[in-house]
Design a protein around this ligand. Structure first.
Ligand SMILES: NC(=O)c1ccc[n+]([C@@H]2O[C@H](COP(=O)([O-])OP(=O)(O)OC[C@H]3O[C@@H](n4cnc5c(N)ncnc54)[C@H](OP(=O)(O)O)[C@@H]3O)[C@@H](O)[C@H]2O)c1
Length: 265
């Protein structure tokens, strides 16, 4: 029960990994703050969490909007006047070839996957400095470590996220503040349904690769273990992990495998 009574803020808590983080942390009797755009879905997660923990509040925000993201930080702090751990998990993926993807789609992906995390982190720094402790968990992706077909904007945004947090880790400038970067491969959530296509419209399909991904419960258990053990970086993946290893040691082979159709979905 490492997280008992810890105050934990989860962004993107209305579904998938974020909702499962909320559930597993509620079982550990953490004090939760849940954020996303859809109030109805968040309330459902909140109600389930309240069956296990006495504290679970929600803060609704569109985090791709800078002002709402900053405001959500202030609101999250006000809930318990403390934040021990923040999971920067809200995100959006993509399904379109890079060469035909409109610029506005790249901006949208950067806004939620990169800038939202940066805005929240920068706003939290003074608070964590005063508190003397804190743990930021950035949910990146294996696509933050290598290119991935049909995800040019997604991979770019996650590479940016990886670079930002890895640099903060090297600077280690705020005493007591810890960072964990999580790079999952395909996890079985509904993320592909909301994926942006070339013109920004949603993909609306649960891709086979996604459905055959690592069960979300297993993924979240590994994330929580990594946070508990203060790991700097963790990869949670199956075949994608080996693809990344191949990229490091035999780059030419990486491009050949990544090109195969099976990688797309
Ligand atoms: N599933 C995978 O295979 C996989 C692999 C690698 C990395 N990841 C990363 O894991 C994280 C969670 O993904 P998931 O698989 O759990 O997907 P998901 O079920 O689609 O969850 C995404 C969450 O982000 C929230 N969100 C999206 N846009 C938002 C915005 N503008 N403002 C506030 N919240 C927003 C969504 O809530 P609302 O729509 O209610 O706002 C939802 O709660 C993402 O960062 C994703 O990139 C997932």
């Amino acid at each position: 029960m490492h997280f008992k009574n810890k105050v934990i803020w989860i962004t993107g808590a209305s579904s998938g990994i974020g909702a499962e983080l909320a559930m597993q942390l509620a079982v550990q009797k953490a004090k939760l703050i849940l954020t996303a755009r859809s109030k109805e879905a968040l309330i459902k997660v909140q109600q389930k969490c309240l069956e296990h923990t006495d504290f679970c509040n929600i803060v609704i925000a569109d985090l791709s909007n800078e002002y709402e993201a900053e405001d959500s930080v202030d609101k999250a702090i006000k809930q318990f006047n403390c934040i021990d751990v923040v999971f920067l998990n809200a995100g959006l993926t993509q399904r379109s070839l890079g060469f035909e993807t409109e610029t506005k789609v790249y901006r949208k992906l950067m806004d939620i996957n990169f800038f939202a995390a940066v805005v929240i982190t920068q706003r939290l720094f003074p608070f964590f400095k005063e508190q003397g402790s804190g743990h930021i968990v950035a949910i990146s992706s294996i696509a933050g470590l290598m290119g991935y077909p049909y995800r040019s904007g997604y991979a770019a945004s996650k590479h940016a996220l990886q670079g930002y947090f890895e640099t903060l880790q090297t600077e280690d400038a705020v005493s007591g503040l810890r960072y964990t970067i999580v790079s999952p491969g395909r996890i079985n959530t509904a993320i592909s349904a909301s994926a942006l296509t070339k013109d920004g419209s949603p993909h609306l399909q649960n891709d086979v690769g996604q459905l055959n991904g690592i069960p979300v419960q297993k993924c979240v258990k590994k994330i929580l273990k990594a946070v508990e053990n203060n790991k700097k970086h963790i990869i949670i993946a199956r075949g994608e992990y080996w693809l990344w290893v191949i990229k490091l040691i035999v780059p030419s082979l990486f491009y050949r495998i990544a090109n195969k159709k099976g990688m797309i979905n």
